[in-house]
Design a binder for this molecule. Structure first.
Ligand SMILES: [Zn+2]
Length: 323
């Protein structure tokens, strides 16, 4: 049973929004575009895995959690997918890049071979997965759970892979092989029963925290004033919608609607800073009227804090500290 579905990661949402709002001639444009493509490819690879793992429906109790972000020993660790069965837990790491990957032995090396033949070593994903297994083991230990944890490295089916390693230290397969891999898992010892698996998956959900890279302007050292303001039209993707006759109107394509500023507000929090004043709202939506701004802000699902000059808005969920 799937306990946690995958949704578009915050980082990808924010990069999509930053890319729309960063002028083509900006010095950080290339870096933002590059990371956007990496992030998008990673997410697509993970979705591909999710589609295949949906076929895995064993008759024993099990739990699947996608995109889990937990904290242990003061460090956060992110797991692409976690599969819990009665006799083991598998930490799945999904890779997706368009270049060929060569896995060599002695020492284990991951090499990316680009289309022009250039070769570049990449971070060894086995070490990344081992780090996650280490933290997960400690996370389980303090809850009194001892169970074997396996790592599984998975490449999207379109990746070209050459394993020159005679015995890779971790199982390495393609996404389409995942259901067969999990079906063939040995069920030697029943360490967790259905009830224990349910409790464990539920505890993981309770401790999960969405990874939050906001605001992206800080992360990329981009001056907030370089980020193009304006309400972006959902129909033609251009900024510059104008408020008139109680709705937002697009001068480019004629689309009109009442809620388009909500995405603009989200963009502000993702890109610029975790608070927003009435004046900042007017700047970022390019709206002149303070009272219209106040009434739109009141309907944006935000929390108003402070009074008069100190008044500002924050996202509702920011007020609820994570467990
Ligand atoms: Zn438009």
């Amino acid at each position: 049973m799937i306990y946690k579905k995958r949704t578009m990661p915050n980082e990808l949402k924010a990069l999509l929004s930053l890319d729309k709002r960063l002028p083509n001639n900006h010095m950080k444009k290339h870096e933002v575009k590059k990371n956007l493509l990496i992030c998008q490819a990673g997410y697509n690879g993970e979705l591909e895995f999710d589609a295949h793992i949906a076929e895995f429906q064993p008759d024993y109790p099990h739990a699947i959690l996608h995109d889990l972000y937990l904290r242990q020993d003061g460090a956060y660790f992110q797991i692409d997918s976690l599969v819990i069965t009665p006799s083991s837990i598998t930490v799945v790491e999904v890779k997706n890049h368009k270049d060929k990957t060569v896995i060599k032995a002695n020492p284990t090396q991951f090499i990316r071979v680009f289309q022009n033949g250039d070769r570049k070593p990449m971070r060894n994903p086995y070490i990344e997965i081992d780090r996650k297994i280490h933290f997960l083991k400690n996370w389980l230990n303090i809850r009194g759970i001892q169970i074997p944890i396996d790592g599984l490295l998975i490449f999207a089916h379109t990746n070209e892979l050459s394993i020159e390693h005679p015995s890779p230290e971790m199982k390495t397969i393609f996404t389409y092989e995942a259901p067969a891999h999990f079906r063939s898992l040995p069920m030697n010892e029943h360490i967790l029963d259905g009830h224990a698996i349910h409790n464990l998956a539920t505890a993981m959900l309770e401790h999960h925290k969405d990874y939050n890279p906001f605001p992206l302007a800080d992360l990329y050292a981009i001056a907030p004033e370089d980020i193009t303001p304006g309400v972006i039209c959902p129909s033609c993707d251009r900024p510059g919608m104008r408020w008139g006759r109680e709705k937002w109107n697009c001068p480019s394509c004629g689309h009109a609607g009442k809620t388009e500023h909500q995405q603009t507000v989200q963009d502000w929090f993702m890109l610029i800073k975790p608070q927003m004043t009435n004046r900042e709202f007017r700047y970022f939506t390019q709206l002149n009227n303070r009272n219209v701004a106040r009434s739109l802000l009141a309907k944006s699902g935000l929390q108003l804090i402070g009074e008069r000059k100190a008044a500002h808005y924050v996202l509702m969920k920011e007020l609820t500290p994570s467990p």
